[in-house]
Design a protein around this ligand. Structure first.
Ligand SMILES: NC(=O)c1ccc[n+]([C@@H]2O[C@H](COP(=O)([O-])OP(=O)(O)OC[C@H]3O[C@@H](n4cnc5c(N)ncnc54)[C@H](OP(=O)(O)O)[C@@H]3O)[C@@H](O)[C@H]2O)c1
Length: 206
């Protein structure tokens, strides 16, 4: 892990077989752990996660101040509801992460953007830039696995946090995404159990 990047944690709800979809999540416990554990300064989100969750985010109470930055890896410029995301009540500001191959943005779009990488967003460069922002020490990754997999492959994740649900997932996604399953050793740093058979596992990525 380069020293000029922030502490990066990926927190995912998973089934016993490592899936991130196709089972009922305990959202309340998932978000309670988010709110009490890392106190992120920035949220790094996959575009597919943002697009799938936009419908539940659009009735926000306005930007959260102080609150974390929302940075979305959006190399194809598919995310459009930036103002609504900023006003969702979870973040103070938004940042679009693009690459040089990103299609032209609509004229008049007022979204801060960072262009890093040629064909895809350069995740290491993006994290370095986010980490250089004042007050950003901790970044939480929000993804169903594909972004997590790319970050793991690049050695860019410090901690993997899995809230394991006692079911087999019926979905297609695993928490390590489309990259090969993690070969790096994971060192257990904490664990806990909760009502309903949930097990929380926190691993440091070696
Ligand atoms: N169980 C959980 O904890 C949990 C958490 C969050 C979301 N979810 C669910 O998971 C689903 C979405 O997750 P997902 O895993 O399909 O997608 P995702 O991780 O949200 O999005 C994929 C991201 O990976 C980026 N990416 C892929 N390859 C890359 C590369 N080589 N270099 C740089 N960036 C790359 C994509 O960028 P581009 O846009 O530039 O292609 C995109 O931002 C939704 O259904 C959501 O509800 C579950």
């Amino acid at each position: 892990m380069p020293t000029d990047t922030p502490y990066v944690v990926a927190h995912l709800a998973v089934s016993l077989d490592g899936k991130t979809d196709g089972f009922p999540l305990d959202r309340s416990r998932f978000h309670q752990l988010v709110g009490t554990t890392w106190h992120e300064d920035a949220t790094l989100a996959g575009s597919d996660t943002v697009l799938s969750q936009e419908p539940t985010l659009i009735h926000g109470a306005g930007p959260r101040d102080p609150g974390p930055l929302l940075a979305v890896v959006d190399g194809r410029a598919r995310v459009t509801r930036w103002e609504e995301l900023r006003a969702a009540g979870h973040w103070s500001e938004v940042l679009a992460l693009h690459c040089r191959a990103t299609p032209p943005r609509p004229p008049g779009r007022h979204v801060p953007e960072l262009v890093v990488g040629d064909d895809q967003v350069d995740l290491a460069a993006a994290l370095r830039a986010i980490g250089r922002r004042p007050g950003v020490a901790v970044v939480r990754v929000v993804s169903g696995g594909r972004l997590v997999g790319r970050l793991l492959a690049g050695g860019l994740i410090d901690e993997v946090s899995l809230l394991v649900h006692p079911v087999m997932g019926m979905g297609a996604r695993t928490w390590w995404g489309e990259a090969p399953p993690p070969s790096r050793s994971l060192q257990l740093i904490d664990s806990d159990t909760f009502r309903g058979g949930l097990v929380w596992l926190r691993y440091r990525v070696a």
